[in-house]
Design a protein around this ligand. Structure first.
Ligand code: NAD
Ligand code: GLY
Length: 358
């Protein structure tokens, strides 16, 4: 295996797996998969951009160990997390044919990981899944922890499953072809980990993150996330903290039809708003939102809400965490410490307005 590979032991008490992080791990992917002893042909779910940039290396690594696989490249983008593409995957799995002892390899960003993971969770009631994330966002967040989903017309991620992978392989070199905007989007999630659980990580991000240190940052994020998921896989308690900035963020994404903003860009608006609202409520240390906005702007992320806050209220009311006139949201006590609290919509409208005008 490539030198300098770091391993994080992750998973839940029932489903343990390793997260492997290093450079050029794609070249060893075949050997890693062979260790899982998959039966029959494998399904390799990817997207067209990822396949164009890294397919050849991935193919030759799998072929070297004699692993027979079928690449299934989806059109890039959020639109592929759909029932239509899911049906296409089931067709492809049937044609392979993918057996219960086979393996689904999700090779791409969060879109491929989410739909590929959901297809694996549901094909024959569950076939082994290996996540090979290729965006920063997927490497620090979506490939770890077992949330899989597709979008339906009624809402984002409404059909999904908790389904832990057998292995996560993070080749940090794949990020070299990732567009700058996607790196920034992933940095929003990195900053989130610092904000909710590590003041040290937060501070370390205020300088330029060089390529060498990015691998350490990815490792730290995976360590934080896998610890949280191990303690609360099903999102009943501590895992909700990972949604810091996401309630407002999802509302922003939805307000603009999921097209204008990348997930991390929307989360950046959401985190800034949540910190400011927390300060207005007196639950967040004053100065926290300024520190957060400063760090987000260092990483090229905008924090000035692109619409009137009142336009987000209908989206907030439709949020999964909303019920009976209010929503459970994540707030910061200070940088590195987060908690949840329910806020009534009657109060939230005013708090949001104050947060942008104050
Ligand atoms: P994405 O998967 O759409 O990837 C972004 C773009 O980068 C795409 O155009 C893709 O083709 C391209 N790309 C990917 N890797 C590349 C590479 N190495 N080189 C060049 N181009 C590359 O977007 P994303 O930001 O990775 O993921 C967003 C999705 O993740 C959303 O659907 C969101 O809901 C989901 N998500 C899931 C979780 C979870 O826990 N399951 C957590 C956060 C986000
Ligand atoms: N991205 C939020 C979670 O995995 O719970």
């Amino acid at each position: 295996m490539a030198e300098g590979v770091k391993t994080i032991a992750a998973g839940t008490p029932e489903n343990k797996y390793d997260i492997l992080i290093g450079e050029h791990l794609l070249d060893d992917l075949g050997g890693m998969l062979a260790n899982l002893r998959p039966e029959g042909r494998a399904a390799l779910v990817t997207d067209e951009n990822v396949w164009a940039a890294h397919g050849a290396r991935c193919s030759s690594s799998l072929s070297r160990v004699g692993l027979d696989f079928e690449p299934i490249p989806l059109p890039p983008g959020e639109g592929s997390k759909s029932l239509r593409e899911l049906a296409g995957l089931y067709d492809a799995f049937a044609n392979i044919p993918l057996s219960r002892g086979g393996v689904v390899i999700a090779f791409g960003g969060g879109v491929v990981g989410d739909i590929g993971g959901f297809a694996a969770a549901t094909w024959m009631r569950g076939v082994p899944l290996v996540q090979v994330p290729t965006t920063l966002l997927a490497q620090v967040d979506s490939s770890v922890g077992g949330k899989t989903a597709i979008n339906i017309p009624q809402g984002k991620n409404l059909a999904g499953a908790f389904y832990q992978p057998k292995l996560v392989v993070i080749d940090t070199k794949t990020l070299e072809t990732l567009p700058e905007r996607e790196i920034k989007s992933g940095m929003a999630e990195v900053i989130k980990y610092g904000a909710i659980s590590s003041a040290g990580l937060f501070e370390s991000l205020s300088g330029r993150v060089e390529e060498g240190s990015l691998s350490g940052v990815i490792r730290e994020c995976c360590r934080i996330k896998s610890g949280i998921v191990e303690r609360d896989e099903r999102d009943f308690g501590e895992r909700i903290l990972l949604n810091f900035g996401h309630t407002f963020g999802h509302a922003v994404e939805k307000r603009f039809g999921f097209e204008r903003y990348r997930h991390g860009e929307a989360v950046a608006y959401g985190m800034a708003m949540a910190a400011r609202v927390g300060e207005r409520m007196g639950v967040t240390e004053i100065g926290t939102s300024d520190a957060l906005k400063r760090l987000l702007s260092i990483h090229g992320l905008d924090t000035v809400l692109p619409c009137d806050p009142s336009e987000l209220l209908p989206m907030l009311a439709a949020d999964k965490k909303s019920a009976e006139g209010g929503v459970r949201m994540v707030f910061l006590r200070r940088i590195g410490e987060a908690f949840t609290r329910r806020v009534e919509f009657s109060e939230l409208g005013k708090l949001m307005k104050d947060a942008v005008t104050a």
